[in-house]
Design a protein around this ligand. Structure first.
Ligand SMILES: Nc1ncnc2c1ncn2[C@@H]1O[C@H](COP(=O)(O)OP(=O)(O)O)[C@@H](O)[C@H]1O
Ligand SMILES: O=c1ccn([C@@H]2O[C@H](COP(=O)(O)OP(=O)(O)O)[C@@H](O)[C@H]2O)c(=O)[nH]1
Ligand SMILES: [Mg+2]
Length: 272
């Protein structure tokens, strides 16, 4: 009996237990040998079993507790700029000009597909009111319709992604320039999985922004004009980049909110 167990446990049978085995007491009760073989074997099997379950669940059950553990692992690796392969969060960038309906459609995607919505504009506005050292610079930049430096924005996004327990994340309104995009990839270490672009005529965007009625300092005709120029000059190249990479889903942003969402649904159909 002993011989059989020991021969099945090459990893656990130490040279000591093997020599004991060879010298004598192969059939007698030996507490030390019993521990090395039976108890440690069971522990090893349990360990391997749970590692296996964890690995499987990280691939097939994104919202499970095990996935949360895997996500933490990704965070640690992302610090080094290393892509965590399939363990990373599932990130969707949501792009479009001012008033194209990004925020509105994000709310629907959240409700239907369980994403967490990170509006980068909202993150920046929070900074203004939280008395942070960058507050006044952000306020001035938003008022002028320009783009806040990548150093500030990417840090806010990275922190928000790391704070999220949810693996599915919508990054709304970013990257707004090629420089933004490159900085994000350098700091966070991964590319987005999907990029949505709400394509809307300028006159419609201006009309929506001027009717938005949220008390925003940039919802006025002068700022919106500047934002449209910035959008054409700096944001369109980003959209082109993702289009060439085959990641872009261009959505017609005209019509009712319902009609637009109908066009969004197929993009995420596989995630239902
Ligand atoms: N399909 C639509 N038709 C008319 N108004 C819309 C539509 N989608 C959004 N809006 C309104 O237009 C304004 C801008 O929408 P929002 O989602 O904030 O756009 P963005 O985030 O791209 O600036 C909001 O007041 C919103 O309620
Ligand atoms: O990545 C970003 C996102 C926003 N902004 C600034 O925040 C403003 C408002 O952005 P938001 O996405 O809230 O506006 P929206 O497009 O939804 O109207 C922009 O015009 C920019 O000045 C920025 O600098 N970088
Ligand atoms: Mg918005």
């Amino acid at each position: 009996m002993w011989r059989r167990v020991v021969s099945l446990s090459p990893l656990l049978s130490s040279s000591k237990s093997r020599s004991l085995n060879q010298v004598q007491v192969p059939y007698g009760f030996n507490a030390c040998q019993f521990f090395y073989t039976q108890v440690l074997n069971s522990a090893l099997i349990c360990f391997i079993f749970f590692r296996f379950i964890k690995l499987i669940s990280s691939y097939f059950a994104p919202s499970s507790g095990y996935m949360a553990i895997s996500f933490k692992f990704w965070e640690i690796r992302a610090e080094d700029g290393v892509s965590g392969a399939r363990r990373k969060p599932f990130v969707t960038f949501v792009l479009g000009g001012p008033g194209s309906g990004k925020g509105t459609q994000c709310t629907r995607i959240v409700n239907t597909f369980g994403f967490t919505h990170l509006s980068v504009g909202d993150l920046l506005r929070k900074e203004i009111y939280s008395d942070s050292e960058n507050g006044s610079m952000i306020l001035d930049t938003i008022k002028e319709g320009k783009i806040v430096s990548s150093e500030v924005t990417v840090k806010l996004i990275k922190n928000a992604i790391e704070a999220s327990e949810n693996r599915r994340i919508l990054v709304d309104g970013f990257p707004r320039s090629e420089e933004n995009r490159i900085a994000y990839e350098r700091v966070v270490g991964v590319e987005p999985d999907i990029v949505l672009f709400f394509d809307c005529p300028k006159e419609e965007m201006v009309k929506r922004v001027l009717n938005r009625n949220e008390g925003r300092i940039d919802d006025n005709i002068d700022t919106v004009k500047e934002r449209l120029t910035v959008f054409s000059e700096l944001n369109l190249p980003v959209i082109k980049y993702y289009s060439e990479k085959g990641k872009l889903h261009k959505i017609d942003g005209t019509g009712t909110e319902d009609e637009i969402f109908e066009r969004v649904l197929p993009v995420f159909a596989a995630l239902r």
